[in-house]
Write a protein that binds this ligand. Structure first.
Ligand code: 13P
Length: 255
């Protein structure tokens, strides 16, 4: 399967931004701008905006995701949200293993795996984030890091379940820094991650998998990044907070 037959997926990761009124405005502004998208469009929003997002996107082509979930079904985990709580609301996607979770909240490859398992069991689709730190790139271990994160996160995931996973390659040094990976760097690592998936699940499963790039993707550089064979979409932080910018990326992915 070639890129031309893989459906592009553009997902916004709002992170800890937008109160309810701002979320409403952003979604209302976005709806007409992406109505004719030729790619899948997802917005991953803070828990407090999920209900608003689900309500306002009903009957549209915009799908809604959360930014994390816990691995237990319920229990004494103050401050956490279970995968079932999300599916009960009607949430379809969840981001797991974002580098900000790994950096600031002690997330490890093992907890990422537990969250992936729980999300799949609950019927959620997963956007699994992997990516190296600047020091790791400089040491020349980008491939080792991405392979390790991918393999551990996918532990116990069947080939059938893999269809509900998107991988987002997000080099940590490119996140929120304005320093985008070059399109060749993104293509190279995305292609490498695809080869790791191929070793685990076979060529057909790997070729069918959507692998996004994330890290300072914006309205200006999206088209070049998305033109690459292994870049099947984007996970967008800052630029997803402005409707015209996010819509421009969606339209670049629709070409
Ligand atoms: P920026 O697009 O703001 O660099 O963030 C990328 C990201 O972390 C998406 O998950």
């Amino acid at each position: 399967m070639k890129k031309s037959v893989r459906k592009a997926v553009i997902a916004g990761n709002w992170k800890m931004n937008k109160n309810r009124a701002e979320a409403k405005n952003l979604i209302e502004e976005l709806k007409p701008l992406v109505a004719d998208a030729g790619c899948d469009v997802i917005i991953c929003v803070p828990y407090t905006n999920l209900e608003t997002a689900l309500e306002l996107t009903k009957g549209t082509n915009i799908k809604v995701g959360a930014e994390n979930c816990h691995w237990a079904k319920s229990g004494a985990f103050t401050g956490e949200i279970s995968a079932e709580m999300l599916t009960e609301m009607g949430v379809e996607y969840v981001i797991i293993g974002h580098s900000e979770r790994r950096q600031y909240f002690g997330e490890t490859d093992a907890t990422v795996n537990k969250r992936v398992r729980a999300a799949l069991d609950a019927g959620l689709k997963v956007i699994l984030c992997v990516g190296e730190l600047l020091e790791q790139r400089e040491l020349g271990i980008t491939e080792e890091i991405c392979a390790m994160q991918t393999k551990v996160a996918l532990g116990g995931v069947t080939e059938q379940e893999l269809k509900n996973i998107i991988i987002a390659y997000e080099p940590v040094w490119a996140i929120g820094t304005g320093k985008t990976a070059t399109s060749d760097q993104a293509d190279e690592v995305n292609g490498y991650i695809r080869s790791v998936v191929a070793k685990l699940y076979g060529d057909a499963a790997a070729e069918a998998m959507t692998i996004q790039y994330g890290g300072s993707m914006n309205a200006k550089n999206a088209e070049e990044l998305l033109s690459k064979e292994h870049v099947d979409g984007g996970l967008i932080g800052g630029a997803s907070l402005k409707a015209p910018d996010f819509a421009a990326i969606v339209s670049a992915a629709s070409k």
